[in-house]
Design a protein around this ligand. Sequence first.
Ligand SMILES: Nc1ncnc2c1ncn2[C@@H]1O[C@H](COP(=O)(O)OP(=O)(O)OP(=O)(O)O)[C@@H](O)[C@H]1O
Ligand SMILES: [Mg+2]
Length: 341
Amino acid sequence: MSTTPAVPGAPLPGAPLLDVRDLRVEYRSRGRRTVAAVRSVDLQVAPGEVVALVGESGSGKSSAVRGIMQLIRPAGGEVRFDGQDLTTMGRKELRRARRDMQMVFQDPFSSLDPAMTVAEIIAEPLMVHTDQDRKHRRASVVEMLELVGLRREHADRYPHEFSGGQRQRIAIARALVLRPRLVIADEAVSALDVSSQNQVLQLLQSLIAELGIACLFITHDLAVVRSIADRVAVMYLGRLVEQQPTEELFSSPQHPYTQALLSAALVADPRVQRTRRRMRLEGELPDPSNPPAGCVFSTRCPAAIDVCHVEMPELLPLADGGRVACHLVETVAAAPGLAVR
Ligand SMILES: Nc1ncnc2c1ncn2[C@@H]1O[C@H](COP(=O)(O)OP(=O)(O)OP(=O)(O)O)[C@@H](O)[C@H]1O
Ligand SMILES: [Mg+2]
């Protein structure tokens, strides 16, 4: 579908579908210190690509998503979707852009309107964004129900009649009914029991692959990351500290935080315990309204040297793709003539 017209401002071929630059998301409340939950995040998602966003609780993943979707207006930075900056768009323009970017939320119990039937829930995006008539909408609803493994008889029931896993299938049907170009799934399966988690995850994975939809996938589960993602971005205290293709990240994590995160997840595997030096993450995530000086990870980093406590390292390219923000890792930024991606 993507033709490349020579329109000024049109995206270049090969340009990312989602291009986030220097994103900053803040929460202000009267009498309290402003919380900068996201500070300077750069993130790209190519058409059809699955990017996982990981990081411990409170690192700012959901806030980044809210800033990307303009559910909160960012305090700074750009969010280009298909070349257009969402942060400067008015409501009407934004509504149009949202047609192509849909979300699946964590909690299928609060994200579906209990007063609407399944058919109404799934058809809602069609009502907002298309002029399909009733008959066509009904046909789309039935098609989507079957696509997500539910039945046409389910169309006229209400959300409370379904299990968590089934509700998340309904949420996926709603998110995909317009055939968006990007789906953002924020902990989309973590509220479900383990067997539903696997089923819903496999469903989502196969549908986005089949339909060629790009996905920004937020999860705590590194096994899921490994099975679903093409690339992984690691957040710590509001910043992106590392980004690598999935296999490279798991085989050769560069940032001490990524190393700690991986070894914490791998301790359950005794073979890994023997072959890999374990690194434990000590202490708590610092308060984002009062971040440490220098590198955000310096207060917990086992390898920190003097400069780490003074200067925040930039996110710089690695020799074999990927990027890392660490004073201790050799990056290629200093090499002249090398294009920074
Ligand atoms: N509405 C809000 N008002 C004030 N602070 C908030 C708000 N929402 C989140 N925060 C703070 O912003 C920081 C980042 O939170 P966020 O929910 O984005 O993290 P997360 O990475 O999604 O965590 P989790 O893995 O638990 O979902 C946290 O310190 C959190 O307390
Ligand atoms: Mg979250």
